[in-house]
Design a protein around this ligand. Structure first.
Ligand code: NAP
Length: 286
């Protein structure tokens, strides 16, 4: 029986893992959030890994408030860099495989083609920089890791774009959404299935991977599809990023190339519209 530690268990990815984990009765999952296990506390991690035998650790804990990170630099660094470093050291010491999640925001968005794993990262924001430094902290001390960069994560859980649009669509008659940032939404349940596939198959192709749903859209396109599928009547206006200034700069193009993960895991990836349909249904059934 494989034992898997999931950190950051109150977050949307961890909750999605919890949901899909029910089909894996050969794996025991131990879920911890910051109250039970703070990844910035090395001695707490050491005690936990000494007390319990884990084969895998899925790190879902992160500082994810992209705009707040611009001023709350120390906390973002502590969680995304020191936390990742602590987990890598304890995984190295106890022979545990670390599965860590990173982001398309490590790129500057100046590419005009899909971003591959080996493309040069150049973050535009503090959040992106801390996530990149977290990746480096892991790769410098650990060999048995999977780092999965994903983009535009959403689900029926937590705070995310889909849920914000559903709320605003019901509150307002008109809405403006940026149409000059291009990326790919990722349903957290699809990412959760990929992670559990890696564990279940005991895949040994360690390294860095890109994963999102298939397709590419702007935030405006994403919003439009949410309203269309839910039958929400709102006057939606496309606007440039310059009309919606935010503290953190975001890449204007951050579509990830998924060739490597598809080849290694031999998986098909859902189109973003199909996944959105399932996410909306799951949200309605919560
Ligand atoms: N959301 C996106 O659009 C997106 C896009 C690309 C990549 N990612 C990456 O995907 C991963 C999962 O994101 P998510 O959306 O599921 O994040 P999330 O919903 O914000 O969940 C993160 C969880 O980590 C917890 N946490 C924070 N500091 C911690 C600590 N020191 N020790 C233990 N737990 C701690 C948080 O608790 P509190 O809520 O109490 O702080 C929260 O429950 C992250 O690595 C993120 O960077 C996300």
């Amino acid at each position: 029986m494989k034992r898997v530690l999931v950190t950051g268990s109150n977050g949307q990815l961890a909750k999605s893992i919890h949901k899909v984990s029910r089909t894996y009765d050969n794996i025991t999952f131990v879920y911890t959030d910051i109250e039970e296990l703070d990844i910035t506390n090395q001695s707490a991690l050491n005690s936990s890994f000494t007390d319990q035998k884990f084969h895998y650790c899925i790190n879902c804990a992160a500082y994810t408030d992209v705009d707040k990170a611009e001023t709350d630099i120390e906390t973002a660094h502590k969680i995304n860099v020191t936390g990742a470093q602590n987990l890598a050291s304890v995984c190295s010491e106890f022979g545990v495989v670390l599965i860590h999640i990173s982001t398309d925001f490590v790129f500057d968005g100046e590419n005009d083609q899909l971003y591959k794993e080996e493309d040069h990262p150049l973050p535009l924001s503090i959040y992106g920089q801390t996530k990149l430094d977290g990746e480096k902290a892991i790769t410098s001390v650990l060999e048995n890791y999977f780092i999965i960069r994903t983009s535009w994560l959403y689900s029926e859980f937590g705070n995310n774009f889909m849920k914000t649009m559903l709320r605003l669509g019901n509150e307002r008659k008109e809405l403006s959404v940026v149409n000059d940032q291009i990326g790919t939404p990722t349903y957290a349940k699809d990412l959760a299935n990929i992670i559990l596939n890696i564990i279940d198959s005991q895949n040994q192709d360690f390294g860095l991977f890109h994963f999102s749903n298939e397709g590419l859209v702007s935030w405006y396109d994403f919003a439009k599809e949410i309203f269309l599928k839910e039958g929400i009547l709102v006057e939606l206006t496309p606007i440039p990023t310059s009309k919606y200034p935010t503290p953190a700069r975001r890449p204007k193009y951050s579509v990830l190339d998924k060739t490597k993960i598809k080849k290694v895991l031999r998986v098909e990836i859902f189109d973003w519209k199909d996944s959105l349909k399932r996410a909306l249904r799951a949200y309605r059934n919560l």
